[in-house]
Write a protein that binds this ligand. Structure first.
Ligand SMILES: *[C@@H]1O[C@H](CO)[C@@H](O)[C@H](O)[C@H]1NC(C)=O
Ligand SMILES: *[C@@H]1O[C@H](CO)[C@@H](O)[C@H](O)[C@H]1NC(C)=O
Length: 351
């Protein structure tokens, strides 16, 4: 039970730079665990939208997208015809765009690579640029036209200040770059020769806001750095002082709370890994791991992502429930816990 031991062993860290003020935005402060009560919400990835004070949630099994207000508890669900409720496609990656605050990026994601551990990478991968004000897509693009289904497992997205979108594939590790019109998809980082699709590569992406640094997590607890000004992505391994090996890294997140200096990497059963850099991610230091917290009656969750909500930091719990409710494409769960880990992460970062 690694997940239970780690926090006891690893909570002593150096006190680093002085505690910065969290960036002020117009969303009221928010804290404390909460539960979203919505049938088959099954979150995978999520992002905080400070322009609307809403959480955007990729509902993995239904392949829908939900918004949730922690202040009013209102949930709204968006469906995508041909994708949602098929069972063969998931929605994982969802990201608010800090450079175009009215846009949200949504990624649909074939279930096959995940069901076959990369042996079959065929199936739908659509990138959707969503207008959050008008509630409809600005454009969408089919990534399989570029990949030829030779690699896949796309699961996380990020944007840069030029309006490009970066999409990370895991089987094997790749990054596509889509221009701001959605018309040009570039194989920005596709290793040649291509490793076998069963080789699990990078899983999460995170842009250091206001810079040209793109970070990628995985496959084993490591971090890679890319320079987004380059025509082709070239990964540079970041040396992590006191780094740990983790077999199952998932989404990566750079909360505004720590000004782009702290990355939170989801570790499935092992919680959230906390890594800090004081030199623009040339180097980094492992600070510790925050374990998932069991919630009575809602056990069995896997940490799929961390996200900021208001100015607090939360663990996103995913669930792999079987069997599916007949006539639907997901299990019977209705209550989904969001756990406030702000104090744990603050303690690791600021001592
Ligand atoms: C999931 O789909 C079911 C119908 O199959 C629907 O009742 C439920 O509201 C959906 N939930 C979400 C979050 O999409
Ligand atoms: C949900 O499904 C599980 C597994 O089949 C079952 O044990 C449980 O009783 C169900 N819960 C509800 C509320 O139907």
């Amino acid at each position: 039970m690694k997940a239970l031991l780690f926090p006891l062993l690893l909570t002593t860290t150096l006190a680093l730079s002085p505690r910065p003020k969290p960036p002020s935005d117009k969303c009221p402060p928010f804290s404390g665990d909460f539960i979203i009560n919505y049938f088959q919400l099954y979150p995978e990835n999520a992002d905080w939208d400070p322009a609307r004070c809403l959480l955007w949630i990729g509902c993995v099994w239904n392949a829908t997208v939900a918004t949730y207000s922690p202040y009013t508890h209102k949930t709204t669900v968006y469906e995508f015809p041909g994708t949602s409720h098929t069972g063969s496609v998931h929605i994982g990656g969802v990201a608010w765009d800090p450079y175009s605050p009215n846009l949200v990026t949504i990624l649909t994601d074939s279930a096959r690579p995940w069901d076959t551990a990369g042996a079959d990478v065929s199936g739908e991968h659509k990138l959707i640029k969503w207008d959050a004000v008008r509630g409809k897509a600005v454009w969408e693009v089919d990534l399989t036209r570029t990949t030829g289904e030779k690699y896949g497992g796309f699961q996380d997205v990020e944007t840069d200040r030029r309006g490009n979108t970066y999409v990370v594939g895991t089987w094997p590790g790749t990054v596509l770059r889509v221009d701001k019109t959605g018309k040009k998809v570039k194989e920005w980082y596709v290793p040649k020769p291509l490793p076998p699709t069963t080789e699990r590569g990078i899983g999460g992406l995170a842009v250091v806001k206001g810079t040209e640094v793109l970070l990628a997590s995985g496959p084993d607890g490591g971090l890679l750095r890319f320079d987004m000004t380059k025509e082709l992505g070239r990964p540079v391994e970041i040396k992590i002082k006191n780094g740990r090996k983790y077999p199952l890294t998932d989404a990566a997140y750079l909360p505004d709370r720590y000004g782009g200096k702290v990355i939170l990497v989801a570790l499935g059963p092992d919680g959230i890994m906390v890594v800090k850099s004081d030199d623009g991610w040339k180097g980094a230091e492992y600070l510790g791991t925050v374990a998932n917290r069991p919630v009575s009656g809602l056990e069995g969750g896997f940490v799929t992502a961390a996200t900021q909500v208001g100015d607090a930091i939360y663990i996103v719990n995913g669930y792999w429930d079987i069997p599916w409710v007949p006539g639907t494409v997901a299990g019977n769960r209705t209550l989904f816990p969001w756990l406030d880990i702000t104090a744990d992460v603050d303690r690791l970062v600021w001592g």
